[in-house]
Structure formats: structure tokens, C-alpha cells
Design a protein around this ligand. Structure first.
Ligand SMILES: [Zn+2]
Ligand SMILES: [Zn+2]
Length: 430
């Protein structure tokens, strides 16, 4: 028994040692970047400004602007590295018993139903490819919209962009602003250093200053020539990366979403699902106070769990009735597995996106039975050339029948029936 325990202790010690060793190795790229910054500081301040530039005014101006950029650059780098990643709160965790049910579900449909039921109170609009609520087997949680599991961090990360080895951290909801600023200031730093050292680089390259005493020979000259090359090299690689992330910010898209479009419960996959317009997208990350836009302080909008989507992906939920005041209380937007309150006459009118299928359970005073679905009219007139994207109104009338109160409404079928009706009406008019 004790031998076994000892063995177990040894194993766990070994794995902790291995873990800390791996953790230490992950800092190598960060240490490399920090070393390059430290060396470039010495090369710029000492070798270039203090020892090579003779004009005092030029020295002062160069050094002031250099230090402003340097502070902003290092500050945003620091914040990108050391801001803790956004993780999923405890109320998104699936209880053990529920997890057992999910793993031992007989069919995918059953699993889907358990998840959908558990996520009923959670604000999730994203789904998996097969239409199921997204959940993480490792963290045992429902994944909030835009969250993904990072295997390096070992957790589900909010609005995950990518795991960046150069900052040894996940670029995510909590530090995305800092990351974009870090790229921007790094680029500015490189361009500033390259442009201000260009004149001296050319002089040293031509060896014009080689006879001006020992200050500019040897190490000093090497530093300035190298400083120019290194800053140009980094600037070239940063310009595309920074440009790409500015584009992603303006499109309200993460790197992961750029590769695989998020799938919405209503409307399916859509890369532009979170796109609210360039300025609103920018504000979502950078905040609405322009004085703080360019400082690495926290100004991002939202909680990282919920995001405003484009209108076509929004569902009419009973707790968000406030922003859909135009709809009458009898006119609901139907969604999968929805319940539909009936009015006094026992009927209800709803609308569903033409390209979707919905299962509707009717609830109403004393009505327990099947519901008949009658297509009414498209919400907007459908023109022959318009693709099937418009909402279709349906009338749901309960009939006292079987115990099963569910009915599947296939909007594609309804749409064709609607088209037929429209056709008949047109013919009558002719
Ligand atoms: Zn996870
Ligand atoms: Zn990560």
C-alpha cells in the first residue's frame, strides 16, 4: 500500500516537474522578443542618439519620440502577456449527472435535446455543424458564443482569437485590444527606428564615419547597421499581421471565425454574423471613449459571453421582448423546439425564416393536442428572383387530438405552398 503510494507520489512529482519544465519552455519566445527590445533600446539610445548624432536638438527630439513609442509598445506587450484569459463562469458548467446523460445518450438527437434543454436559460446563438448546442467535453461546460477550447491553456477561452506563442497567452476577449495595439506600436516602433537611423545607416554603410574616432567603429557601427536591418525585417512581417487584425476588428471577426464561420441557430453559418458595421465593431473592442482608444487600458464593451448578432440571427426570446415592440403579442418568431402561446380562440400566428425547420409545441389554456399549421402569407412579398430568405407567417391552430403536441414545420415546404397560392391568386387576377 505504502509502496504504491510512494510510486504514485513519484509519478505525480515527475509529471509536475515535466509540467513546469514545459511551462518554462513556453517563455522562450517572449524572452527572445524582450531581449531584442532591450538590445534595440541600447543600440538606439546609446549607439545612435548619444554616440553618433552630433546635433543636440536632433538628439533630444529623436529620444523624446522614441521613448513615447517605446513606452506604449512595451506597455501593450506587457498587458497582452499578463492579462488573464477570459474563462467561462460556473453557471455554464454542466452538472456531473447531466454529463453522464449526455455521454450515454442513445442517439445524437437525444444528446442534442439534453444540451438544448440545459442551455435554455443561457444566451447562446451558436450551434455545431449538426445543430447542437456547443459544449466542451474537457471543461464540461456549455460554450458561450465565440468561445473555444484552447489546448495550450487547457480551458475554454472567451472570444478566442488564437493562442500566440510570442506572448505566451491566448489572444482573446480580455486582451484583444492590447494585442492589436501591441502590433500597431511594434510596427510604429520599427518604422520610427528604421527611418531615424536610415541616414546613419547609409553613412556607416559607406564607411564615411569610420575614421571619426573609436566611438563609431566596431560595436557602435555594427549596432546601428544591425538596428536598421532588424527593424526593417520586423516591420515587414508586422505590417501584414497588423493589417489583418485591423481588418478583423473592423469586420468583428476572430482569426478562428475567419477560417470557420460561426453557425447560428437561426440562419446557419455566417462569417458576418457579428458584424455590426465598421465603427460599431471598432467600438466593441476599443470602447466609446476616443481618449482611451490608443492606450492599453481596458475599454472593451460587453462581458465576453454574449454578443450582438445581425438581425437575421436574432431570435425572439420571451425575455427580450423589449426590443421587438413592433411585433404583436400573438405574432411570435418560431424557432426549433419552441412553445407557442395561443390566444383566446386557440390560434397563434408565427413566422419562421424560410430556410429553416422548426418543431413547435403549442401551449395554451386547456389545449393538449396536435397543432395544425397553415401557411398564411410571406411577411414580405416574395418576388420570383428573391432567394428564400424572407420570413413566412404561419397560423398554428390546435386540434383536440393525440397526446403528442409537437409538429414539425418545414419552411421549405410551406414556401412552395405559398408560391402555389400566390400563383393561383395571380392567375385569378389575370
Ligand atoms: Zn474547454
Ligand atoms: Zn491558449
Amino acid at each position: 500500500m505504502s509502496a504504491a503510494m510512494g510510486n504514485y507520489d513519484g509519478e505525480s512529482k515527475k509529471s509536475t516537474a515535466l509540467g513546469s519544465c514545459m511551462a518554462a519552455l513556453k517563455w522562450i519566445p517572449v524572452i527572445f522578443i524582450a531581449a531584442v527590445i532591450a538590445w534595440s533600446y541600447y543600440a538606439y539610445v546609446v549607439s545612435l542618439c548619444l554616440l553618433s548624432i552630433e546635433n543636440v536638438f536632433e538628439q533630444i527630439v529623436f529620444l523624446i519620440f522614441y521613448h513615447i513609442i517605446c513606452v506604449l509598445f512595451f506597455w501593450s506587450y506587457w498587458k497582452t502577456i499578463f492579462t488573464p484569459v477570459g474563462t467561462v463562469p460556473a453557471n455554464w458548467r454542466i452538472p456531473e449527472a447531466e454529463i453522464e446523460h449526455i455521454f450515454h445518450a442513445d442517439t445524437q438527437d437525444q444528446q442534442k435535446r439534453i444540451l438544448e434543454n440545459f442551455a435554455k436559460t443561457l444566451p447562446v446563438t451558436n450551434r455545431t455543424l449538426n445543430g447542437s448546442v456547443r459544449f466542451c467535453e474537457k471543461c464540461k461546460i456549455i460554450k458561450p458564443d465565440r468561445a473555444h477550447h484552447c489546448s495550450v491553456c487547457g480551458a475554454c477561452v472567451l472570444k478566442m482569437d488564437h493562442h500566440c506563442p510570442w506572448v505566451n497567452n491566448c489572444v482573446n476577449f480580455t486582451n484583444y485590444k492590447y494585442f492589436v495595439l501591441f502590433l500597431g506600436y511594434a510596427l510604429l516602433y520599427c518604422l520610427y527606428v528604421a527611418l531615424t537611423s536610415l541616414e546613419y545607416f547609409i553613412r556607416f554603410w559607406r564607411l564615411e564615419l569610420s575614421q571619426q574616432g573609436d566611438l563609431n567603429s566596431g560595436m557602435g557601427r555594427f549596432n546601428i547597421v544591425f538596428l536598421f536591418f532588424v527593424s526593417i525585417m520586423f516591420a515587414i512581417s508586422l505590417v501584414s499581421l497588423f493589417g489583418y487584425h485591423v481588418y478583423l476588428t473592423l469586420m468583428n471577426r476572430t482569426t478562428l471565425e475567419a477560417f470557420r464561420a460561426p453557425i447560428f441557430r437561426i440562419g446557419g453559418p455566417d462569417k458576418n454574423g457579428f458584424n455590426l458595421g465598421k465603427y460599431a465593431n471598432f467600438q466593441e473592442v476599443f470602447g466609446d471613449n476616443w481618449k482611451l482608444w490608443f492606450l492599453p487600458v481596458y475599454t472593451s464593451v460587453g462581458d465576453g459571453l454574449t454578443y450582438t448578432t445581425q438581425k437575421q440571427h436574432q431570435m425572439q426570446s420571451y425575455d427580450s421582448m423589449g426590443d421587438t415592440t413592433q411585433r404583436t403579442s400573438q405574432h411570435e418568431l418560431l424557432r426549433e423546439d419552441d412553445t407557442l402561446p395561443l390566444n383566446m380562440t386557440g390560434a397563434a400566428v408565427g413566422s419562421v425564416s424560410a430556410a429553416s425547420t422548426a418543431t413547435v409545441k403549442s401551449v395554451g389554456a386547456g389545449v393538449n393536442g396536435m397543432v395544425a399549421v397553415i401557411p398564411v402569407q410571406p411577411a414580405q412579398p416574395v418576388e420570383a428572383t428573391t432567394p428564400a430568405a424572407t420570413d413566412i407567417e404561419v397560423l398554428v391552430v390546435p386540434t383536440m387530438d393525440t397526446a403528442n403536441g409537437n409538429v414539425i414545420i418545414n419552411m421549405r415546404d410551406l414556401e412552395s405552398r405559398n408560391d402555389e397560392q400566390q400563383q393561383q391568386r395571380n392567375n385569378q387576377n389575370v
